[in-house]
Each structure stands twice: as C-alpha cells, then as structure tokens.
Design a binder for this molecule. Structure first.
Ligand SMILES: [Cu+2]
Length: 164
C-alpha cells in the first residue's frame, strides 16, 4: 500500500510535456507519466497481438493452380507451385483424357468433358504425368518448390511523440 501510494504520487506529480500530432496540426499536451505509459501500452497492443496471432506457424496460404486439357495437350505443359499447393486439371476437350502420374502417385481415371481432377503436392520435386488414352504424346509436369519460408509481418517500431 505504501509503495503503491508512493508510486502514484511520483507518477501523478512528475508531469511531462509532449507534443502530439493531430490531424488538424499539432498541439502541446500536458499529462502524467502514468497516462503516457497507458497510451504507449495501448498503442503497442495491436502490433503485439498481431505478432502473437500471426507469427507462429505463419506460412503463405496454399494456392490452387489450374491446368486445362485443350486439343489433346495439357495447358500449360509445365506448372511451378509451392509445396502444399493444389493443381486442378480442368477437362475442356470433347474427348476423354486421364491425368496419370508417372510415379503412381495419382490417377484421375477417365475424365469426360467439364470434369475436373485435383491433387495436392506436399513434397518438393518434379512430378511427370500423362494421359493414358493418348500416351506420352500428351504429358506434362508439375514442379513443386519448397513452401515459402515463414515471414512474420514487420512489427511497427513504437515511436515516442516527437520532441518539441
Ligand atoms: Cu488424353
């Protein structure tokens, strides 16, 4: 109680003058250290909370790349994605096609016009595939890069109100 009363007295009597910028110019404010600390804490809360909520395990959102079948080719022939991303093949030809992994990782089976097939690539590497119906003349590849590194957002630096 004594220390609290003492601290309160010190903070209350030790007044400081800061110049605070407002939208309509600037003005001089006279307030206590306690108020200054409260304002500093309030100002720091949002960036700190954002850092706590976003920084851990933050990774770029997974994306979906599209490949279409058109004229019995895969378009584009080669797609580069990040690990964790999905590729969706959109069957736009009148004839049937398949999306079949060269490494037996995935096989769409026969896809009729307007059907789609999706596969999520979680491991970096190059993945070839082809159409069983049309053979290796109709093939493509997916290049999977390592997922984007964790990059937490920059935390704004707290700045004291400008001097004089
Ligand atoms: Cu085909």
């Amino acid at each position: 109680m004594v220390s609290r009363a003492l601290a309160s007295t010190v903070l209350g009597t030790w007044r400081m003058i800061f110049k605070t910028k407002l939208s309509d110019g600037s003005r001089v404010e006279n307030f206590s250290v306690a108020t200054w600390i409260k304002r500093r804490v309030a100002r720091a809360t949002v960036p700190i909370l954002m850092t706590i909520l976003i920084a851990p395990g933050f990774t770029a959102a997974a994306a979906t790349a599209h490949v279409t079948t058109r004229g019995s080719i895969f378009d584009p022939l080669e797609v580069t994605i990040n690990a964790g991303d999905t590729v969706e093949w959109d069957q736009n030809d009148i004839t049937e096609h398949t999306v079949t992994s060269l490494d037996n990782l995935f096989d769409s089976g026969d896809l009729e016009s307007d059907e789609t097939f999706s596969y999520t690539f979680n491991t970096a590497g190059t993945y070839g595939y082809y159409c069983v119906i049309h053979g290796f003349g109709m093939s493509g590849s997916i290049i999977v890069s390592e997922a984007a590194p964790n990059t937490p957002p920059n935390t704004p630096v707290n700045q004291s109100p400008a001097d004089a």
